[in-house]
Design a protein around this ligand. Sequence first.
Ligand code: SAH
Length: 326
Amino acid sequence: MNPLPPEARLKARIAAGGPVSVADYMAEANAHYYATRDPFGAAGDFITAPEISQMFGELIGIWLADLWRRAGRPGGASYVELGPGRGTLAADALRAMAGAGLEPPVELVETSPVLRLAQAQRLRARWHDDVASLPGEGPLLIVANEFFDALPVRQFDMEGRELMVALDGDAFARDGAVETETSPYSIAMVRALARRLAAQGGAALIVDYGHARPGTGDTLQAVSRHAFADPFQAPGERDLTAHVDFSALAAAARAEGARVFGPVTQGDWLDAMGLPLRAAALAKAAPDRTEEIAEARDRLAAPERMGRLFKAMALVGPAWPEPAGF
Ligand code: SAH
């Protein structure tokens, strides 16, 4: 690891070579952030859907197993997850898939050594730095929850000039007003996945917060200790995210031959996948947890909570059946 913390490194870099793009700033900050901590949960900075309830990962596992079954139970399928965090979603999804007779090898794309360790405690898997080294044969059953929002965005002003991060005295400062954002790294990643789905079969479920139509303006945000913070302070110590532009990801996937379903809201997708039934079954099996289960269900699906801002979108290989829930 680089010995300098990212704040000092970015300052040295700007002092020596001039301002860096917002995308470079975000990439450097997040690489350090994720490499050095487990950010999830009450004691951390934020909480994600799989950490709220096992129902989230289970319904994703059921979704994948259902598609695989209707595709004719092809051999050689792999479970692939991008940015698996603590491995909670994968553990829940794999348990549900095993119940449906699907027990694929697990391939995790994860750059953080700390989170790789956490994942290794729960999962038998192989790890990848990038999607390029994923298996080249057999269908890929791909999941990405709150992954694309962590990838760097480029920002541009009204004249189309790329915005840069400079130093104003000792503080970081962006040098203009944001009109548009793009995430070339996300687009490249989706293109690579869609190419695999077209060639190998399989499907990808992308769940993230963002907009269905191309948006305008600044969506870069920082979260620390469950509260919004200034993205241009303490780089590497706060989680930097940007809204996912689902329309851009959909166009990239179609261009590589994948079929695209959605995006629909997370609430609609979970309800269509049977969240109310799953919650009722869990509560019946553990009556003392009834309130907790109802609260988790509400948090995941209610429009004023995660249900509307978060969206689900599926990419499907051209010869694969239509996915459930869209
Ligand atoms: N999916 C998990 C974690 C979301 S946080 C959940 O829902 O709880 C983002 C995850 O993506 C972390 O595991 C982080 O280490 C990983 N990550 C961020 N940037 C990455 C990159 N460029 N390549 C691979 N993994 C990355």
